[in-house]
Structures are given as C-alpha cells and as structure tokens.
Design a binder for this molecule. Structure first.
Ligand code: XMP
Length: 319
C-alpha cells in the first residue's frame, strides 16, 4: 500500500529524471489506466506529452467528445484526435467472424497509432498504463481471444518497432491504487469509477456483421440502459454493464402496427477481476422499466432480453 500523495511526488520526480527534456507520446483510451497515466505525465512534464486518442467508430454515445473535451479543454493536455471511423468501419464491412473482427481492429489500431505517433516531432518515449498485475501476470486476460486487453491497449510490440523507450509510471500499482492516484490528480470521480470498456469496443457487442445502423441503435440503447442503472443507484455495485444488439429482427406490435426491429440483450455482471463473473440480480421492476424505456426511446429495437449467463461458462462480452 502506497500513500497516494507521496507516491505522486515520487512518480513525478522519477518521470522527470527518466524523460529529461524529451517528448513523450501516450495512447489515450479514456479508460482509468491510460487516463491516470496521461494526467500524471502531464503534471510531471507538461507540454512534452502528446496524447493520441483513436476513434475507431466503435465507441459509445458521446464518448470521443467527452474524453477529448476533458483532457484537452479542462486539463489542457495536448490531445490528437485521430478520427479513423471510416477506416475501421470500412475494413469491418461484411465481416462477421469474431476473431477476424478482433484481428482487423487490433491490426489497424497499431497502424493508426504508429501513423500519428510518427508525426510527433522528436518523440523518444511511449507512456503506457501498465499495472502491477499486468507485470506479474502475462496471461491473456480475456480468456484467449487474439487481441487481449494488454496487446490491444498497450499497442504491443510498437515501442521496439518505433524505437521508443517505455515510460510506465503505474507499474507498481494495483487498480484501487491507480484510482486513488487519479483522485489525487484531480480526475473526476465519474471518470475514475467507470466500468471497463474493451479495446475492440462496440464491435464485440454487435455479434455478426457490424453496420452503422446497428451501431447507432446500440449506442442509443446502451445510453438508456446506463442512465437507468445510474438513476437507480446501481452503477457502483456492478463491474460492467452494457447492451448487445442481436443479429436478428423480431416481430412486435406498436399502436395499430406491426414492427419488425432488432432484439437486444442487456448484460450486467459483478466481478473482482473480470476472470469470473456473476450476472447481476436486477429486480423485475427495474428490468421491466428499462425494457419499456428502450423500446419507447430507441427506434430500431422492439424486444429486450436479459442475459443471465455467468462466467464461466459465458464470457462477459458477447464475442
Ligand atoms: P470476457 O468477455 O473475455 O471479458 O469475459 C473479460 C473482460 O475483458 C474485457 N475485454 C477486453 N478488453 N480488449 C480489451 O481491452 C479486448 O480485446 C477485450 N476482450 C474482453 C471485457 O470487457 C471484460 O471486462
């Protein structure tokens, strides 16, 4: 256990010593680890840090705007917003195999990150939000898929390829310590307490072929669901919650008419580390109210189901 105000000062001194007057780049995902890494580096070396935020078109509603606004406008970090939505969604067109989708996203992510990083004059360091458990456990966190948590977020292999040295200021910390450090650095509580979000984003919550239409519907439904969870004060009790849009249309009735729209599944789990998980026991009232809101508020969905699979045998994500 570290005291975070002390840790912060030591970490800042170490970063300054390691980096000197050189430039550092950092991939910013908006997740807790990369956010705390960026905030800490900014405090240590100010404008010698440039962050790259890649928008692969698979983010949640308003996510790109929120992350960029917070770091660029509120915290004054240099953030390059890499709008590569067309590139990723174009490459994913017609693909429905889960592993293929992951490989496409992981591969493009590295290409894109490298392209933007190359434009940053004189960069010698790459900052990564590697935590202590990542250091001691090199196993794939996501149970086998080719793009694992770390290989995706930490753009694995890139530092060597680009001749960059690594800066990993969170290497000695556990997740709860990273959160405490984030608070110490003034990151908003809402950001620090966010549920994990996978690197491949909404792609793995859209089983089968990904279309812009499905992604738009999924974003709307997910926003309503998370709003419901927050309104009922359940957000912090849940490890992760999201909507998956199913690759099937079903028949419904609305007013005098017949509808033929997508079905979706709500997912919510409790977990300690993501390796095992239990489905969250929502009340029937909550589920009923949420289903009604989604069907009323989201054009394109006429049926809502709740996923009651635990892990194992299920995975948390749908792909
Ligand atoms: P699963 O679905 O394997 O997920 O039970 C366990 C945890 O890992 C996250 N996850 C990923 N995170 N890149 C990531 O950054 C990935 O490729 C990936 N796959 C799964 C998932 O959201 C959950 O928290």
């Amino acid at each position: 256990g570290w005291t975070m105000d002390a840790y912060r000062d030591i970490a800042i001194a170490k970063i300054r010593e390691q980096v000197g007057d050189k430039q550092v780049i950092c991939g910013l995902s908006g997740g807790v680890d990369s956010s705390v890494t960026a905030a800490l580096l900014h405090e240590a070396i100010g404008d010698q840090l440039t962050c790259v935020f890649v928008d692969h078109g698979l983010l949640r509603l308003n996510e790109a705007d929120d992350v960029v606004a917070m770091f660029r406008d509120n915290m004054n970090l240099k953030v390059i917003y890499a709008d590569e939505k067309e590139l990723f969604l174009g490459a994913l067109e017609g693909q429905s195999d889960p592993e293929t989708k992951r490989k496409i996203i992981g591969g493009l992510f590295i290409d894109v990150f490298q392209k933007y990083a190359n434009e940053i004059e004189g960069a010698e360091f790459l900052a990564q939000g590697t935590l202590y458990p990542d250091v001691i456990e090199s196993v794939s966190f996501s149970g086998g898929p080719s793009v694992t948590i770390k290989s995706h977020h930490n753009v694995g292999g890139l530092p060597e390829k680009m001749g960059l040295k690594l800066v990993e200021p969170l290497r000695e910390l556990f997740k709860d310590e990273v959160r405490a450090l984030g608070r110490e650095l003034g990151l908003p509580a809402s950001f620090i307490g966010r549920h994990p979000f996978p690197g491949p984003g909404l792609a793995i919550r859209c089983p089968g072929e990904i279309t812009r239409e499905k992604l738009d519907i999924l974003r709307q439904a997910d926003a309503v669901y998370i709003d419901q969870i927050r309104k009922h004060g359940l957000y912090d009790e849940i490890w992760q919650a999201f909507v998956a849009i199913l690759p099937v249309r079903t028949v419904g009735v609305m007013g005098d008419g017949r509808t033929y729209d997508f079905a979706c599944a709500l997912r919510a789990v409790t977990s300690v580390d993501g390796m095992t998980a239990d489905y969250y026991p929502f009340s029937h009232d909550f589920l009923g109210e949420t289903a009604t809101r989604i069907i009323n508020e989201v054009a394109g969905i006429n049926r809502v189901t709740y996923d009651i699979t635990s892990k194992p045998p299920g995975t948390i994500e749908w792909e």
